[in-house]
Design a protein around this ligand. Structure first.
Ligand code: CTP
Length: 369
């Protein structure tokens, strides 16, 4: 990683911080280290150039091809993907000059994110906030991987989030699934060119645009939605949802009053969507997820192999949830096992894990498999 601060960036963060974090000297000028021709070589060697934050001034300079410092020189000398994450006051973002400059950059193929809405400098709030570091990172990972692996022409159905099983008109049984892994998979599949049907239960994050979205509540709703989606003969189904195993036997019509004593809930088993749909669609590549509480990687694989056989799907993505921590967290550790004996492990962000799962899916979809 090479950090190229602008002169203005160094007013906010000192060079020492950038140097300590990147392990390399930093400069804004084309006149330092001239012998190594940095103004050309940095851009020529880059896999991706990310400008965050991109100010109104930087966007104006970049859109007009002005090469007044090391960063703008780098932009002109790179053929890599360029991502800009703008940050400025709402009025500056909405100004026709900035909007025109953003359109110029986008026409040129640069990936300009939309700024977030929220608190700005001082008391003001509105559009213009720098997108969160995590969302910039996710976008960059998608941009990097999206150019190398392709799911173009594929249709992938993905389930995400938890299910809610009605108990009475105001209460339900739910679970802690955030939907992050399923949504990361949907975004990554989109980035790799797939058409995505996202069947989402309860999630606590923003859903991606560009998918065919089906919202569901209960496990029964999800089963119906998955069966309907399978009629379109997708290339693959990924069951990333945390489907409730049990539901109250008969949801009550009336709200339970607390004066009536502590009620007992009688539960019944929900149908296993993954197992049923795998049985009904033996030719389709179907991936399931399994969260196990085990002490070692060997135990995880052994439990996974047993579950793969009972579920009857093509592959399982295994998480060891011993000690909690996966639900809602950004990072995850996964092991993928498939019916042919294939196995692969990854640690990283849920977004990175999503790409790892899709890379394995591409392999399972390939004619050689
Ligand atoms: N799943 C499903 N339908 C259910 C329960 C789970 O389709 N009613 C799917 C999930 O989407 C996930 C996988 O099965 O892909 C998760 O399996 P897991 O919960 O680990 O296994 P269970 O069958 O619930 O077994 P157990 O909890 O006893 O390990």
């Amino acid at each position: 990683m090479t950090v190229i601060p602008t002169v203005n960036a160094l007013r906010f963060v000192g060079a020492a911080t950038f140097e300590a974090l990147s392990g390399e000297p930093v400069t804004s000028s084309v006149w330092d280290g001239v012998d190594s021709v940095r103004h050309i070589h940095i851009g020529a060697k880059a896999d991706i150039v990310v400008i965050a934050p991109a100010t109104a001034d930087f966007i104006a300079r970049a859109s007009h091809g002005i090469a007044s410092d090391l960063l703008t020189n780098t932009l002109l000398s790179t053929s890599a993907t360029v991502v800009l994450a703008p940050a400025m006051h709402s009025q500056m973002w909405e100004h026709p000059a900035t909007q025109h400059n953003v359109a110029l950059l986008r026409d040129r193929g640069h990936l300009v994110l939309n700024p977030d809405e929220g608190r700005l400098t001082g008391e003001d709030s509105g559009i213009g906030r720098l997108p969160s570091p995590q969302s910039i990172l996710d976008f960059v990972e998608n941009a990097l991987v999206g150019t190398t692996h392709s799911l173009a022409g594929r249709h992938i159905v993905i389930t995400a989030g938890g299910t809610r099983e009605n108990w009475d008109p105001v209460r339900f049984l739910g679970n802690r699934s955030s939907g992050k892994q399923g949504v990361a998979l949907a975004r990554a599949a989109l980035a790799q060119g797939a058409a995505v049907t996202l069947i989402a239960g309860s999630v606590d994050i923003e859903l991606p645009s560009g998918v065919t979205l089906v919202r569901v509540e209960s496990a029964e709703n999800m089963l119906q939605a998955v069966r309907l989606a399978m009629k379109e003969e997708p290339d693959a189904l990924i069951m990333a949802a945390a489907v409730a195993d049990f539901r109250p036997i008969a949801p009550l019509e009336e709200k339970i009053k607390k004066g009536a004593g502590v009620p007992a809930i009688e539960l019944t088993l929900n149908e296993d969507i993954l197992a049923s749909v795998a049985r009904e669609n033996p030719e389709t590549v179907i991936l399931g997820f399994a969260a196990e509480t085990v002490d070692s990687q060997e135990q995880l694989i052994a439990a996974g192999r047993e579950k793969l056989a009972t579920k009857g799907c093509t592959a399982l993505v295994l998480n060891n949830v011993h000690g909690g921590g996966i639900f809602g967290s950004e990072n995850t550790e996964i092991t993928i096992i498939d019916r042919r004996g294939g196995q692969a492990s990854f640690t990283g962000s849920k977004n990175f894990a999503a790409h790892a799962v899709l890379a394995h899916l591409s392999y399972l979809l390939s004619p050689l498999h």
